[in-house]
Ligand binder design. Structure first.
Ligand code: PLP
Length: 439
């Protein structure tokens, strides 16, 4: 019998494609997506789904933005590539625009992915201290449950053991501390008190490691893939204070939290802190083309102006800051400005939260966390003990959502091997109707 073109594609996918992240399952029939518009994606069989995860937390401006495609296309015709050892107009313009969104004075190093943006931050932090008279500062403090990327340094910074297993040893010098989790407090503690205790333990760790050997703290303002953990504002402020006290740089990983996801341009802006280094990717182009940036406070650049041959940052990134990707990113940000998508994220996120909060009465819904259009719905088998629901149950829920036309995600496994938090991060451009469907 004649094979349909879909069947052939599934067969070739099975034969040639090495899928990201997923365990191998011969008959799993992966979704092969063919087209996308607004917040909706359509597979090769014609099934449409509301993409409640914006791809991989990245299609912030939504799919099918012709102006973005045109901007990139024009740039590809005019000048498709030039290395950033020199410069090009879209790169300069985007660096300026990022400064407007950051509302401060940063110098921008472009690369292609969140992992690279973080690697760049680590190297800049180490070299900064080196050239600032403190060459012994090489360690980084990071948090359990955080994800910072797949390369050997960014994976070392990652606080999810299951992702590191079988790839170790990774980069040395990364030390992990606990991030406060509002739903799992030690008995009798308030969230604020426990958050400050976690900050105090971070300070203790820095002291045990000897502060003069520590280069920086890296944190996502809100841990995203690790379970959407919204911090208490006092905690974020306290971490900033500790960094200042011991001369550490504060690196904020905004790979997911940036570009309006949390209802501000960048996640840290919810907390009134001023990170020394901000890393970003994903939403910078709404995922249309690869691009990432490491934004570094201007004053940190000073030691890199030195006269020694080795004083400059000896890093090249061939594709980093590709002119078409930069041009597209500018258009992406312009669209977000014109359509007020950052404010929409804040307002619509709040509205959806009001509508789904009553689900907390359900015996299997432990806790719902939200900031902007970023949601984590922690599911439990038992509300008293907070025992997580089984991985099978959450798998069934994700499948059920999909069968009803909604894509949702889940957090990475915890140390106990549970993925028990459903995640939602729809495009910031979703319509009210789409939002109702999610609810
Ligand atoms: N940092 C965070 C917070 C992320 O969520 C991710 C990816 O999901 C990364 C870094 C790594 O980004 P990339 O996959 O572009 O290397």
């Amino acid at each position: 019998s004649q094979k349909t073109s879909q069947e052939t594609l599934y067969e070739k996918d099975e034969q040639y494609m090495w899928h990201h992240l997923k365990p191998y399952q011969k008959d799993q029939n992966p979704m092969v997506i063919d087209s996308a518009k607004g917040a909706w994606i359509t597979d090769i069989e014609g099934n449409s789904y509301l993409d409640g995860m914006s791809g991989l937390w990245c299609v912030n401006a939504g799919y099918g933005r012709e102006e973005m495609v045109e901007a990139a296309s024009e740039q590809l015709q005019q000048m498709p590539f030039h290395p950033l050892s020199n410069s090009h107009i879209p790169g300069i313009q985007l660096a300026e625009k990022l400064n407007q969104w950051l509302r401060d004075d940063y110098r921008i190093f472009f690369s292609n992915s969140g992992s690279e943006a973080n690697e760049t931050a680590f190297k800049i932090a180490r070299q900064y201290h080196h050239q600032n008279g403190e060459p012994q500062r090489y360690k980084f403090i990071s948090r359990y449950r955080a994800y910072h990327g797949n390369t050997l340094g960014a994976l070392a910074a990652t606080g999810q053991a299951q992702r590191k297993f079988r790839y170790e040893p990774l980069a040395p010098g990364f030390i992990h501390v606990h991030a406060p989790d509002e739903y799992h407090l030690p008995s009798g503690q308030s969230f604020e008190a426990w958050s400050l205790e976690c900050a105090r333990m971070m300070e203790d760790t820095i002291k045990w490691e000897r502060p003069e050997t520590v280069a920086a703290v890296i944190m996502e303002p809100i841990i995203t893939g690790g379970g959407v953990l919204i911090p208490h504002p006092s905690y974020v402020k306290e971490v900033e204070k500790i960094c200042k006290k011991y001369g550490l740089l504060l690196i904020n990983d905004e790979v997911i939290c940036g570009f309006g996801r949390t209802g501000e341009n960048f996640g840290y802006q919810n907390y009134g802190i001023e990170p020394d280094i901000v890393t970003m990717a994903k939403g910078i182009t709404s995922g249309y083309l690869p691009l990432a940036a490491t934004a570094v406070k201007q004053e940190l650049y000073e030691p890199f102006k030195g006269e020694e041959e080795s004083d400059h940052f000896r890093q090249v990134n061939t594709f980093g800051g590709n002119p078409a990707a930069c041009k597209l990113a500018i258009k992406n940000m312009e669209i977000m400005e014109e359509e007020n998508l950052v404010a929409r994220s804040k307002a619509l996120g709040k509205k959806i939260m009001e509508d789904i909060q009553p689900l907390e009465d359900h015996p299997n819904v432990g806790n719902i966390r939200q900031m902007g259009l970023l949601f984590g719905i922690e599911l439990v088998a038992n509300k008293e003990t907070k025992e997580p629901i089984s991985n099978e149950a959450i798998g069934n829920m994700i499948a059920e959502c999909k069968s009803r036309g909604l894509i949702v995600g889940k957090n990475a496994d915890t140390v106990a091997g549970h993925s028990n938090t459903l995640t939602l991060a729809p495009p910031l451009s979703i319509t009210d109707e789409d939002a109702e469907m999610i609810v």
